[in-house]
Design a protein around this ligand. Sequence first.
Ligand SMILES: [Ca+2]
Length: 470
Amino acid sequence: MKKLSLLVLVLIFACGGKLKAEEKPNIVFILIDDMGWKDVGFMGSEFYETPNIDKLADKGMRFTQAYANAANCAPTRSCILSGQYTPRHGVYTVGNSNRGKAQLRRLLAYENSLSISLDKITIAEALKPAGYVSAAIGKWHVGNTPQEQGFDFGIDRDEMGYKGHLKEGAAYLADSLTDIAINFIEKNNPKETGKPFFVYLAHHSVHTPIQAKEGYSKKYEKKEGVGCQSQAEYAAMVQSVDESVARINNSLEELGLSENTILIFFSDNGGHGTYTCQRPLRGGKGMYYEGGIREPMFVYWPGTVKAGTSCGQPVISTDFYPTFLKLAGAETPQNYTLDGADITPLFRGKNSLKREPLFWYFPAYLQAYSGLTDESRDPAFRTRPVSVIRDGDWKLLLFHEEWSLDGGREKISTNNSVELYNLKKDISETTNLANIETKKRDELLEKLFRLQEKTGASIVNNPNPKYKSE
Ligand SMILES: [Ca+2]
């Protein structure tokens, strides 16, 4: 006993209570592009086949209410990498923030930033002082280069000579990105380097163009669709993602690194409504209903995260940054704001987390595309400018057009500026309670405005001169 306490004391003295290099877990973060909440077997898809992903999800902890910070690619990625909500970095959308027919847009959207500015401290930069070596492999999409944003290694599709998901000579992008990730892991084996690694593997799958690996879609063409999922080539792309996850995991096992590596599976926004759907969730990519922002997620860390567990606490992709810092025993960068929460207590089985409500802010327009138009608020747009808050079981969406141009709070009972849902009772967001649960509505509105103020966000209110009312 005496010896043990002495050892503990010596350790605390020597390390200041911090983690030693060999105690720091490697972090493998696998980010799928456009994969919806229900696009995997472990979340209930009966059409797509993801046996390897399902097996790891079963051996780890699945998160049933994990959210992306946005309903499309670049903003979510910017939030993950910077640890901040969209108003702080200004990456609100992909490309132009005024999309769709000009005469149908009542407001002038805010200008969109195409990159995370270099003065942001990315997660790679924050992990570096804790001794991590890092790689960003695959879709980057946030301006500059991964290396300029603190990654030791970075490579994306264009440098690899791909057009879409295919390369002349039959190589398939998801496979090649996996090869590169495995090669990085082998070359940076902490048993040899003494340094833990952080791998950010961001697949381009299952984003458009919908291109299957040769021979992969046949199986699904013969298969009967289940519910609203039936697209064979999309299913084949999902299968390639499944194989990638299996190969990454096999490589960790072969190197004896599984027990000291946390593997996280996540996606950046909802499934594309032309090819897939997320029912019972409403909507898909580009919408701020659940189908556009709720993601499939699991955490696999054998020996640490209990197998066969599920967590129903709402989490959001800005949580990864502080969570990774905690895992790494790294300090929060000085004078730098993080909007997420450390969710490691959930990994240990805690079933609640003291935190602020979740917040989304999208001061832009996204035009409709074929599919799910009956699930958006209006058929011409997947979304118009909107701010969203999730607090407990409640979710409120505040639509900027009606708020700014139709009388705001004074006319709230008639101007249709607010939608309020109880997600516990109404996961499909079918029943707007804004004019029924008015006390809850006002409480959430107050909290939403506080979050907007805190993050420097404001309601869009400049009328669009090109707008033509009917
Ligand atoms: Ca995406």
